[in-house]
Write a protein that binds this ligand. Structure first.
Ligand SMILES: [Zn+2]
Length: 306
């Protein structure tokens, strides 16, 4: 295990990993069409997992993951936040006026200025919109996290800058400009690690939902933890054939999901789910029929250290 200069402030764990804690932060929520969230799965199947409202929408969370290690704070994703105008909030079922993620950080005694790194799995508005301050009438969009390095993949950045007509509405051009102007944007390529995070962090790359989705893996004493992003956004999507209508390539996504779940199963790994209102983290298991499932699941974790 290679130690970095900034890990010397705390003694490593017995198996040599830097001491770190994981906290899931349940931020602003949204409502999206249930059919669109479950691709080719019929309502008779998905209504086992979600109740739909009168507009066929289901209630979804936006969950971020805070990793505290070696005196620094790393945030995986920022959720949808509260940057939308009231009209757009109504369209996407964002019910809270305030930026809930900032409140969850404040509960821990932190502000956005205390975050050293933000990792963005991808730049869709329900994963990156929380980088912006809450909407104010007449005010221009404002980038939060003034001291953070923002990490995403180069492939995802290129997509966001040159979107396809099918996913153009999922990106926020004003946010991309602000990220670029901040000069704190770090783009990484598939197979790369980054000295910003250190050698024991690694990434899984996925193209099935959007090109170059970046799924960070955090090594923990009781097995690795991977942020599932929109490759596996919640517990129902652990089931291999379940995809989203928003996915760019459903078959490719299922192949990527199979590889990741087999990898996590072999290493006693866990997933964090951004959108599942009931389950925030779970350990991957497989039953005697070969179906993947979860054990040790929890809605949220607070300063999980192991
Ligand atoms: Zn997405």
């Amino acid at each position: 295990m290679q130690r970095h200069a900034d890990t010397h402030t705390t003694a490593p764990t017995a198996n040599g990993l830097p001491r770190r804690t994981l906290t899931t932060l349940y931020g602003n929520t949204q409502k999206l069409d249930g059919g669109a969230m479950f691709g080719n799965a019929p309502r008779s199947l998905w209504q086992r997992w979600f109740d739909a409202d009168s507009q066929n929408r289901i209630h979804l969370g936006c969950r971020a993951l805070l990793v505290r290690e070696s005196g620094r704070n790393i945030l995986v994703e920022a959720g949808i936040g509260a940057f939308f105008s009231p009209e757009m909030k109504a369209r996407y079922g964002v019910e809270e006026a305030e930026h809930v993620l900032l409140q969850r950080l404040a509960d821990l005694g932190l502000s956005d200025a205390d975050i050293d790194v933000v990792i963005l799995t991808h730049l869709h508005f329900d994963h990156a919109g929380g980088l912006l301050a809450a909407w104010e009438d007449g005010a221009a969009p404002r980038l939060l996290f003034p001291n953070a390095t923002f990490i995403t993949s180069r492939r995802q950045w290129m997509r966001a800058r040159n979107p396809h007509s099918r996913d153009r509405a999922s990106f926020i051009p004003e946010l991309l400009d602000l990220l670029e102007e901040s000069q704190r944007l770090e783009l990484i390529d598939a197979g790369q690690q980054t000295p910003t995070l250190g050698a024991d962090w690694r990434f899984h790359f996925s193209d099935g939902h959007t090109p170059g989705q970046l799924l960070p893996e955090i090594p923990m004493p009781a097995g690795p933890v991977v942020f599932g992003g929109d490759l596996i956004p919640g517990a129902p999507w652990v089931h291999l054939p379940i995809t989203m209508g928003y996915d760019r390539c459903a078959e490719g996504l299922i192949d990527e999901k199979t590889i990741l779940l087999n990898d996590l199963l072999a290493r006693n790994g866990r997933l964090v789910f951004p959108h599942d209102p009931a389950i925030g983290m779970g350990r991957i298991i497989r039953d005697d029929k070969g179906r993947f499932g979860l054990s040790d699941s929890a809605r949220d974790v607070l300063a999980l250290a192991e």
